[in-house]
Every structure is written in structure tokens, then in C-alpha cells.
Design a binder for this molecule. Structure first.
Ligand code: ATP
Length: 233
């Protein structure tokens, strides 16, 4: 579904991506793990089209979308849950969700809001509450729900576990795993390698702008190099 080939990107003289290649197949959960500053956010933003690239290609279903603008990528079925959630603090939960559907013209929006509320019941209970009044975990739920409102085929998630208590991480990751049944393909970027690899089918490890290892998630979880560097074992 998604194929990234030899992608490079820079901030001035800092090469953040030094030729990254990876693929996400339809129906998979694929994770990208790596430490601080490894290039995870840069890669995700290049896939959603908000980070300029200096070389390489991004393909979606065999179409070259490397230079397609971000809103058109949303229309083609890519949605991103950004780092730090970025919910609209002054707007209600319901309005945050409606904004996620801003490119849609169909009449399924209300039904999709109900689907988000079924996934995260606390959002329904508090639907009139401003986004800014929610806890970090609830804001993450809202950010995921808002992205789902564009009816994505491919959901990109940037560090959904960041700053959350372990019990909340479990809830969020269970929700991400459940998206598989709805036919949503997931590309998940995480520093929390243990949580990400536990729900992923396959994984990639990025180190200073390059893919260092890749494989089945279970194999990466068992790999000594990954265990030592990313699982603290
Ligand atoms: P984190 O987990 O801290 O978000 P990351 O793996 O997502 O890390 P990136 O944010 O993609 O890493 O950063 C990759 C590299 O690019 C780092 O060396 C970082 O310092 C640099 N970088 C990121 N954003 C900028 C920026 N706006 N200007 C200059 N350099 C940047």
C-alpha cells in the first residue's frame, strides 16, 4: 500500500533522513522504532507531505505521491495523528471530531462519530467538553478519533504513548490494534518499542536517519541488539 524508497530529507545541513526504504502492506500494523532524534517524525511528516524531501520516492498504491500536496494525500486515504496530539483546545470534543471530516462530502459523518464514540466511550460522555480540558490520554484518543473521521485507509501515528501512564498506553494500543478489524492499515512510530512491537506485524528500527534492522515484530522482540538498545533488557 505504502512504499518509501531511498527517501532523504534535511534541515539545512542536518541530514535527518539518509535514504530510508520501507513498505507497509494492506492490512498490516507496521511500526518504526528508534531513539530521540533518529528521524521518526521527519519520516512520518514526509509521508503525509508536510516535510519537504530532497530525494527518493513515496508511493501509495503504485502512485508516486512524493510531490502531491498534503490535503490531496488525505483525500487519497492517508491520515496522520501528529506528535503531541495537537487537539484544538478551545473546541469541544465533538467539534474536534467534525474537523477531522472537513474534506468529506458524504452523509456518513454522524455514523462515523458514533463509531469513534464506541471505540472511546469517554469521548462520548464528555463530547461537549473543550479538548484542552482532557487528560493526555483522552487527548490522544481524540487525536486518533479525529484522524479516523477522514476515513483513512492508512493511519500514521506519531508516538501515541508519549507522556502517558502505562494503563493508558495499554488502552490506546488496544484501540490501535482493533483498527485492523476495520480494515485500516497502520504505520506507527514509537520510542516505546516494547508496546509498539507487541501489536505490530512487522517493524523497522531507525538509527540516525537510516534503517538499521527490520523484520517480523516477534523476531525483533527476540533480537539481542534490539533488546539491548530499545527494550532495556
Ligand atoms: P523525537 O523522538 O525526539 O521526536 P525523531 O526520531 O522523531 O525524534 P526527528 O524529529 O525526525 O527525530 O529529528 C531527526 C533529526 O533532525 C534530529 O537530528 C533533529 O535534531 C533534526 N531536526 C528535527 N527537526 C528539526 C528542525 N525543525 N530544525 C532543525 N533540525 C531538526
Amino acid at each position: 500500500m505504502l512504499r518509501v524508497e531511498n527517501l532523504t530529507s534535511a534541515y539545512g545541513r542536518i541530514q535527518a533522513l539518509k535514504g530510508v526504504s520501507l513498505e507497509v502492506r494492506r492490512g498490516e500494523i507496521v511500526c518504526l522504532v528508534g531513539g530521540n532524534g533518529a528521524g521518526k517524525t521527519t519520516l512520518l511528516r514526509a509521508i503525509s507531505g508536510v516535510q519537504p524531501v530532497t530525494g527518493g520516492t513515496v508511493r501509495l498504491d503504485d502512485d508516486d505521491i512524493t510531490f502531491v500536496p498534503p490535503h490531496e494525500r488525505v483525500a487519497r486515504g492517508i491520515a496522520q495523528v501528529p506528535e503531541g496530539r495537537q487537539v484544538f483546545g478551545a473546541l469541544s470534543i465533538a467539534d474536534n471530531l467534525r474537523l477531522g471530516a472537513y474534506l468529506r462530502k458524504d452523509d456518513g459523518i454522524v455514523a462515523d462519530m458514533e463509531r469513534v464514540y464506541a471505540m472511546f466511550p469517554v469521548l462520548k460522555e464528555r463530547r461537549a467538553t473543550p479538548g484542552g480540558a482532557l487528560s493526555g490520554g483522552q487527548q490522544q484518543m481524540l487525536a486518533i478519533g479525529r484522524a479516523l473521521m477522514s476515513r483513512p485507509r492508512l493511519l500514521l501515528l506519531d508516538e501515541p504513548s508519549m507522556g502517558l501512564a502505562p494503563i493508558m498506553v495499554d488502552q490506546i494500543f488496544a484501540a490501535i490494534e482493533s483498527l485492523k478489524q476495520d480494515g485500516v492499515t497502520v504505520f506507527l512510530v514509537e520510542q516505546n518499542a516494547a508496546a509498539a512491537l507487541a501489536i505490530a506485524d512487522r517493524g523497522y528500527v531507525i538509527e540516525t536517519g537510516r534503517i538499521a534492522f527490520e523484520g517480523q515484530a516477534a523476531d525483533l522482540l527476540a533480537d539481542d541488539r534490539v533488546r539491548e538498545a530499545y527494550l532495556g533488557l
